[in-house]
Design a binder for this molecule. Sequence first.
Ligand code: PRX
Length: 658
Amino acid sequence: MSAIESVLVENRVFPPPAAFTAQANVKPADFEAMKAKAERDHAGFWADLARENLIWSKPFTKSLDDSNAPFFKWFSDGELNASYNCLDRHLNTPVADKTAIIFEADGGDVTKVTYRDLYKRVCRFANGLKSLGYKKGDRAIIYLPMSIEAVVAMQACARIGMTHSVVFGGFSAKSLQERIVDVGATLVIAADEQMRGGKAIPLKPAVDEAYGMGGCDAVRHTIVYKRTGGNVAYGAKDIDWAKVEAGQADDCPAEMVNAEHPLFVLYTSGSTGKPKGVQHSTGGYLLHAMLTMKWTFDIKPNDVFWCTADVGWVTGHTYVTYGPLAVGATEIIFEGVPTFPNAGRFWDMIQKHKCTVFYTAPTAIRSLIKAADTTPDVAPGKYDLSSLRLLGSVGEPINPEAWMWYYKHIGSERCPIVDTFWQTETGGHMITPLPGVTPLVPGSCTQALPGIAAAIVDETANDVPNGSGGILVIKKPWPSMIRTIWGDPERFKKSYFPDELKGYYLAGDGAVRDAVHGNFRITGRIDDVLNVSGHRLGTMEIESALVANPLVAEAAVVGRPDETTGEAVSAFVVLKGARPADKESAAKIAKELRDWVGKEIGPIAKPKDIRFGDNLPKTRSGKIMRRLLRAIAKGEEITQDVSTLENPAILEQLKQSL
Ligand code: PRX
């Protein structure tokens, strides 16, 4: 199926509309010139852009410092502040009185803030943090729903030089506790509850539960934003958000920091059980956020930009909190879910707020395609989407069918779609069409940005020819790249710069370039990382969670394709006691284990399928044969060689046991 699809795809090419190109920030000739300049002088290319785009309190003299590779530094004798570059820079310009954020709450209430208002709110909160004794170098955990407050909290941290680490509201108390401990947080900023789909979901109780698990004694305060005013317990550490701001001045001079100062640490899944704290810089990161707003999103003063990602993910950092503000755009922030009060919510909001540039995930598109069939009265055709001029996709491969639907039904065959490939570690877009330049191919993220040396190589770092698959690498450092894994430089080196790749950055994805245009297509992760609804999950993390349950002796987790979520989690479990005797008891234990994983990691990690066996398929040396488990999970006939298997009969048992 996918092989046939990719053959078909190559015949469908959509050149940029002439009218789009005519007004684009980057035109074909600019693109060629930028690429040529980056080829000629990689460090100089980025240095010129950093001087043109960022405001430096102390200009840098060095562009790239590769003296301690792979711990690269950029602009490292320069100083600046990220919040200054998002807010103060606009104060004496017409942008000051422009709407910065249009916030739409779950229930539909709309709040707007101008750049000047936002500046004041950030300053008051930053002053409040200072008066509580927080300062440059301290770390704050942020556990907030999508809100203006989330942006204020992140910007206020940046303003005083605190490093923030946002934890997605869907993560459990246990995940929260691990991050508090690992990052060494002294402050937690949380909401009492969040509103999603008309329901209040508690957040603050998870913070208290996390504290109860131990290791969090360094935390001095929990600042609580009362989103609902719901009935949650308050203790001695807790301070009301309103109290933190009260009486504080509207100005707070930004603390200038070194370009390499860690703006944030964001945890993501890797191939071991422990999430990695991806550490980003201030200067290089912000530069890429700004450039890609201009290049990929072609942002203009009158645009209304909407990135639907949660601030708990990197997309919400770069394209909600930092990028749009740094370029002075108006952006929409949405608290709720795309299916509440009905599946027309996105389309209704695009119509109402006259959104021009819309950026979302394939999983949302796929679920809305289904909904358009089942609830035709709220299908996109019922709304006026004519304000749109550009669409974007992120987080996972977009299948050509979903791409075509997005193109026809949302973009009316007028709007280019930028399928942006990037990662938590890359800070911003890496491989993506530029809307005024690149002919679009459904399912392909097309070409690397200027200055991004993306390539496909084999296991020993040799280039593979177009048309053959291989390992995606970035051959040269770039400003917004991950600096290290917080507290674990060895793991950083091993994960991203393994010896056999000769200094290239290893993305962890497989990819192929087509023979005609050299367009990239991402074929999926090559490590034990799954992508469920655009969320990154480590199979090892889920396995560790399962075996931590007292009922479980052994567990193996693999991914299988899923129509809506892209991939789904499929678990194989050996219980300590006997295998469940009948369907009812199997279903009961499976539910118990799903809820357990929900509590250990978060609901997004719950296995969709759980199969019970007396054992797992293992080689004689005891290694679990995951490729067989993948075949069973997909419901495929096992055609592979099973002669090395210790216990072949187990395969049939596992097949039957769903
Ligand atoms: O496998 C790739 C997939 O998502 C991974 C990165 O996940 P995360 O760090 O959570 O960041 C997601 C948001 C940037 C990648 O290694 N991925 C991301 N974008 C695409 C993609 N796969 C195919 N096409 C994309 N456009």
